[in-house]
Every structure is written in C-alpha cells, then in structure tokens.
Design a protein around this ligand. Structure first.
Ligand SMILES: Nc1ncnc2c1ncn2[C@@H]1O[C@H](COP(=O)(O)OP(=O)(O)OP(=O)(O)O)[C@@H](O)[C@H]1O
Ligand SMILES: [Mg+2]
Length: 360
C-alpha cells in the first residue's frame, strides 16, 4: 500500500496557444487515481481526454495546476523522466523488427542485461498470448495481435502507470469485446494503474473500477460504473451513459407533469420546489409493459415503433403528442414472437417511482 495516489491532478488547466481567450481544453480539473486502479476517462470528442492524458504523461504542459505521480510533483518533467508509459491509438510498432525485438526495445535502451531482457520479454509475450509468434514481424499480424504487442511493449517497462488512449478504437466490435476482457485480466495480473481513455460507454462500464465522465474540459461525474450509470448526476451524464429516456416536464407534488401530457409519479423529492423545470430520466430496461408489480406507477401510451435486436426488443411508446419513451424488453424463451406488441397498439407502461431520476 502506498500512502499517495498513483496519479494526482491538482487543478490542472490547459489552454493551447492560439486558442481563443477563455477557451480551455481542460479546465481546473482535479482528480486522484489510486495505485492499481483501472480508471477510465469517458466523454465525447473534443472534451479534453487526450489532453489530460498527455499532461499526465508529460507530452503537454498544463497552463496551470500540477501533476503528481506517487506523491512526487512531476509538472514540467519530460515523458522519459516519469514512471509512466503510453499506448497510443496508432500502435507505432517497428515493422522491420520481430515481436520480441519490438517488446525488448525499451529495455535495451535502458541497458538492462541481455539475460534479463530475454526472460522479461518472454514472460510479457506469454502474458498477452503471443509467445508462439515471437519471431514474426508486425505487418504479418492482425489488428488485435498488434494491439497486444503494443501493450506488451509498454508493460515490459513495468511503469507505475499505463496511459492508454483509445487503444481498441481500430478493432472490429467482436475483437474489441474480447480485448476488453483480456486487457482487464492483464491489468489485474500485473497490478499496474491504468488510465484509460475511451468514448465508448460500454467499454468504460465493462472495464473500469471508476469512470470520470468529461464534458467541455471538466469532469461532470466521477464514480464506479454503477454510480454513473444508475445514479447520473446530470442530464449530460444520463444521456451520455447509454440510452436513457430524458423527458422534460414540471415537478409538482411527487409527479413530473409532461408538457402537454400526463403526470408521471416519481415519488416525493425533498429539496425540489413545486413547479421546477426538470428532466425526468429513466432507463429503458426499467420500464415494463406487462405483469406489473405492486408499487409500480402506470400510464397509458401508444406503441409507435418496435425494433427487434436479437436478445432484446426496443419499443418506442408515445405518452403524449411528441413525448415518447423507449422500453427495452428481454426476449426470453417465455416471450414469443406473437406476444410482442405492434405499432398503433394501446398499452400501459409501468415503472417503479424510485427508478426515476429527476435531473436539473
Ligand atoms: N495541439 C492542439 N492545439 C490546439 N488545440 C488543440 C490541440 N489539441 C487539442 N486541441 C483542442 O483541445 C480540445 C480537446 O482536445 P482533445 O484532443 O483533448 O479531445 P479528446 O477528448 O481527446 O477528443 P477525441 O475523442 O476526439 O480524441 C479540442 O477542442 C481540440 O480541438
Ligand atoms: Mg482524443
């Protein structure tokens, strides 16, 4: 156990030269990442993820604020003076070198003894399951294999922190899903702190111990995957973290009265004034269309669309003119094709008031 966070960003800001006055890529952002943590930065394009990673790795200097690694202030130090390695989206492997030599490269430069290099490279290639291909060259590999070489090359240096900037971005969906599981396993085995950048919310939820959701150079919410998915702190986080129904309305006496529509029971919300304008957020999988249980609130609606996607079916239900919610149902063996709802049908939708979030 170390008493210091592996990474501490203390009120860091970044304004690129030439940027308009007041235009910050990252703005007064503070963050602690514990040693051994798998931490993800998640957010839309341009929100400052890469900039934050570059400041942590020493590839960019903050305009203000400081970067600490294991308690040591490294602000202003170049990348090679930090115990950090980076895996960029473009793997930048040496095509003319074998996999083993690619992985050995950093150790050779550091003057690590030959015998030790051989052992560590072999161990690392085994870890990423490329031991059999040690003599091959990068151009003969698949995307996923190249990705694993890049990872082995970074891990072999035993950095304290590994920075990964959308390392799976170039892979097809199936390979990406497999690599997510493998990467997480490898991280657990080696126990290195991972700072992982992605704009894919599923990826962040699957892999991370904690996730920071970024928006416009700031962190909107930081917490466990469950925190940010189940209890989003803002409308931005709710809509960015997967599909969410966000319906505008007015809060009044334990209901949200939709514009031009029914009043939806959401439970009493302490601290929310009568007639506040709010967004009601509820996940599609938390809304039911049948077999309601005691305590659920229900309102009538009309099925407008049915989208079948294998294990699940999504229904778009209109509650009032122009106000619809998505409802996700599992296609279990009990729900047969002929039982599904079709367009135009009148239905009841039901939910538990406590599953509703009432947001700004
Ligand atoms: N070298 C640079 N010079 C000037 N502006 C930059 C530079 N690099 C990034 N920016 C700007 O800073 C902001 C944040 O960029 P950054 O690359 O950190 O975003 P990102 O979250 O990584 O986005 P993406 O998901 O598209 O990779 C953007 O508005 C971008 O245009
Ligand atoms: Mg980026």
């Amino acid at each position: 156990m170390t008493p210091h966070p592996a990474v501490r960003l203390d009120r860091v800001s970044k304004r690129y030269s030439g940027a308009a006055a007041g235009a910050y890529a990252v703005h007064e952002l503070s963050l602690d990442i514990a040693a051994g943590e798998f931490f993800s930065l998640l957010g839309p394009s341009g929100c400052g993820k890469t900039t934050l990673l570059r400041m942590t790795g020493g590839f960019a200097d903050p305009t203000e604020g400081s970067v600490l690694l294991d308690g040591e202030d490294v602000t202003g130090l170049p990348p090679d003076k930090r115990n950090v390695n980076t895996v960029f989206q473009s793997y930048a492997l040496f095509d003319h070198l074998s996999l083993a030599d690619n992985v050995a490269f950093g150790l050779k430069r550091k003057g690590v003894p030959r015998a030790e290099i051989r052992t560590r490279v072999a161990e690392m290639l085994d870890l990423v399951q490329l031991g059999d291909l040690a003599g091959r060259k990068p151009p003969t590999l698949s995307g996923g294999q190249r990705q694993r070489v890049a990872l082995a090359r970074a891990l072999v240096n035993r950095p304290q922190v590994l920075l990964l900037d959308e390392p799976l971005g170039a892979l097809d969906l199936k390979l990406r899903r497999r690599m997510q599981v493998e990467l997480k396993q490898i991280q657990r085995e080696v126990g290195i702190t991972f700072l992982f950048v992605t704009h894919d919310q599923d990826e962040a939820l699957t892999m991370s111990d904690r996730v920071a959701v970024m928006n416009g150079g700031r962190i909107e919410q930081c917490g466990t995957p469950e925190d940010v998915y189940e209890r989003p702190a803002s409308s931005f986080v709710a809509s960015f973290m997967g599909t969410s129904n966000l319906v505008p309305g007015t809060y009044r006496d334990g209901t949200v009265v939709l514009d031009g529509g029914p009043a939806l029971p959401v439970g009493q919300r302490a601290g929310l004034a009568r007639d506040s304008r709010v967004n009601l957020s509820i996940r599609p999988e938390k809304i039911w269309l049948s077999e309601f249980e005691p305590g659920m609130a229900t309102v009538p609606g009309t099925v407008r669309e049915t989208v079948y996607s294998g294990p699940t079916t999504t229904y778009l239900i209109e509650l009032a003119p122009g106000v619809s919610v998505a409802v996700l149902e599992q296609n279990t063996d009990r729900s047969r094709m002929e039982d599904r709802w079709s367009g135009g049908e009148r239905v009841e939708v039901g939910w538990r008031p406590e599953h509703c979030l009432v947001l700004d």
